[in-house]
Design a protein around this ligand. Sequence first.
Ligand code: NAD
Length: 409
Amino acid sequence: MSAFQNAMRQLDLAATAMHLPAPNLERLRQPERIVDVHVPVAMDDGSQRIFHGFRVQYSNARGPYKGGLRFHPQVDLDEVKALSFWMAVKCAVVNVPFGGGKGGVTVNPKDLSIGELERLSRAFIRAIADVIGPDKDVPAPDVNTTPQIMDWMADEYAKIVGTPSPAVITGKTIPNGGSEGRGAATGHGAFRVFEAFRAAHGMDPETATVAVQGFGNAGQEIARLFHHHGYKVVAVSDSRTALHDENGLDIPALIQAKRSTGHLGQPHGSRTVTNEELLRLPCGVLVPSALENQITDANAEALSCRMVLEVANGPTAPEADALLAKRGIPVVPDVLVNAGGVATSYLEWEQNRINEHWTEAGVLTRLEALMDDASHAVMEAAKTYAVTYREAAFIVGLERIRKAQDDVA
Ligand code: NAD
């Protein structure tokens, strides 16, 4: 099943449980606007290459469309639609005044030189400039897009509109209007959510082990925080390698290795496993932090974790959700767990609009309050409706979207 079909199944399940009125459900079954572009980019060898990209604006009932831009060879319209829908739900779950959007370019950025990457980033923004803006649609980083790329995009947008407009894009570098704490926000928020659910499930930090799939921006930070708080992180992986050490991996050393060499290496005492084996390792918390559809009906029965903490977007397929629920393994869902990224994007957008720059402590305190409120709302809804945490998170988000839709209907 495709990512968007999965997303629509999740929508239907929650809509049924909460009796979402049909007109509201109908409005959420497709995006409000799809922008599909082909952008020419001059390559270093003098040739021209055309890149295919998208911006999907799913819902702006609660505020400007909001969501990241992904540069990845597997980006297609179906994936971007799913991600934009999840953004609409996520912004509502964490209660920031944004709707949902997402974008992407079908490209492997590792094949481009730095100059080609900059020209592609600027060309993509020129192609979608008409439909974005601080009050219209506010992009941000996602897989393979960086603060540097956001700076290029914000700069290109400023040239087009003729005035600096930092609030058009979040996730910028600090000198260009980025927020303190943004780099660590997704991991920080995810760990905060985990702590709320750990307490509810009586998990002991002394004995709970952790396996993290994906070692990028989000995966590194959540692994670092688990390690920092005394948890044994027994496995991590990137797209090339998965490492396992039942005595616990030295996460700061692995982060250092990944940053300086681009690889995880092979630390003493660890063994190499496949990414599929990583998912099946016995552990307390499995933390998918890479791409969609990693936990499916093909491997859900074989998982031997006590909890799934979804840092990635859409890592668990609906059939796998049902199997895990039957097995009593709670899945703390993406739309809550990784909402710290967009929550801090909101704080960056707010700072840009009022021309302020807040301290990291100030940003993280506000982030923690947003994550705590969202975690408690989801736990409460799970009890009230007797549903899984995913359905509960969707119910919380959809109810807020419904109210906003009805206010302007
Ligand atoms: P990233 O590009 O920095 O890292 C992705 C990581 O996943 C890399 O280590 C890559 O090697 C690894 N990977 C790719 N394919 C893999 C595979 N098949 N098996 C194992 N590892 C694989 O991206 P990111 O920003 O860390 O995002 C990761 C996930 O978290 C995505 O689903 C993204 O949408 C979600 N997310 C990220 C943020 C954020 O602020 N970074 C916010 C919300 C959600």
